[in-house]
Design a protein around this ligand. Structure first.
Ligand SMILES: [Zn+2]
Length: 318
């Protein structure tokens, strides 16, 4: 579930939208590797255009993922999802990640990645099948305490997604409301418990995770690294991959909701500087707003979503 950015999230410089400048200047947010760090270096100026999806509902009766007006905002109809996939495929500046045989973390070169948060039941059907019919694979980040609960992936489905060539990662153990507000050791426990459970289920190393609620901070990066992850996806709308503590790679993402329209998604897929900057300003503007008006902000936001009406919250299948 993706409610809003954290108050304590790290504000990073605006991304330049992936323009190829021809310069080989290092990434400002990527400190040099420390002595003894044996992890592979980040390719210079590696860029990932990562889209965040949540659930895809085949019809209005489908139940998948977290529920409530805030969560429903991120649930797409199948027709809308397929249209967005078409838009991304037709406009991507970088190759869409296919994850065919052996997945590299991170991809060895600039790429467009499809990620899905929360581990709702729709990840298995219809999302995985829809992707596979196009030759695509994706990265699914699951809330491990929810596995097997109504509306979420079962253990067997989670295992099958990995067997079918998708990457399964952690979205924390319990999806705390404000992850970055937790003491660091609690964060480490959330990450570690989730990783261990997934490794036992799938039988291979789990090395990537996404931050629940987009609540990213330097401590969240440090806790993920301490819990053994190598690649952490945030909800910061940037395309540069940076290096965090202990060699952790940190990659931003852009959120897609039922309000996402084809022209903007096409611009984001093309890595348009203006589209990325607009997302960055909106995301960081919300942080400032939330910091000062948090209780009121949450009430106003939910009221706006509720006023969209049931047809907008759950558009009919076309
Ligand atoms: Zn989430």
């Amino acid at each position: 579930m993706q409610l809003e950015p954290a108050v304590s999230a790290v504000i990073v410089p605006p991304d330049d939208g992936g323009r190829d400048t021809g310069r080989s200047t290092p990434m400002p947010s990527a400190p040099p590797q420390t002595p003894g760090d044996t992890s592979p270096p980040i390719p210079s100026l590696l860029r990932l255009v990562n889209f965040i999806f949540h659930d895809v509902l085949e019809d209005e009766f489908t139940i998948s993922g977290f529920s409530g007006p805030g969560a429903d905002w991120y649930k797409l109809s199948l027709a809308n999802f397929e249209a967005l996939l078409d838009t991304i495929s037709a406009n991507s500046r970088y190759p869409l990640e296919h994850l065919a045989e052996s997945a590299s973390i991170p991809p060895p070169s600039n790429a467009t990645l499809l990620t899905f948060d929360d581990g709702g039941a729709s990840c298995f059907d219809p999302i995985a099948g829809t992707l596979e019919s196009r030759g695509l694979r994706a990265r699914f980040f699951v809330v491990t305490a929810r596995l097997g609960q109504p509306g979420f992936l079962s253990v067997g489905q989670c295992r099958e997604l990995a067997a079918r060539g998708h990457i399964v990662g952690s979205h924390s153990e319990s999806h705390p409301a404000v992850f970055s507000g937790l003491p660091k050791q609690i964060q480490v426990n959330e990450w570690r418990n989730s990783r261990i459970m997934l490794e036992q289920l799938i039988g291979s190393d789990i090395t990537s995770a996404s931050v629940p609620g987009g609540n990213f901070s330097r401590t969240v990066a440090a806790s993920a690294a301490e819990a053994g992850y190598k690649l952490l996806f945030t909800s910061e709308p940037v395309t540069r991959v940076s290096r965090g503590p202990e060699g952790l790679l940190v990659a931003g993402r852009v959120m897609l909701t039922k309000a996402s329209h084809a022209p903007e998604v096409a611009a984001l897929a093309r890595c348009s500087a203006s589209a990325m900057s607009k997302r960055w300003l909106l995301w960081n503007g919300r942080k400032v707003l939330k910091r000062s008006l948090r209780p009121l902000y949450d009430r106003i936001r939910l009221r706006i979503i509720e006023r969209q009406g049931p047809e907008t919250r759950n558009p009919p299948k076309r």
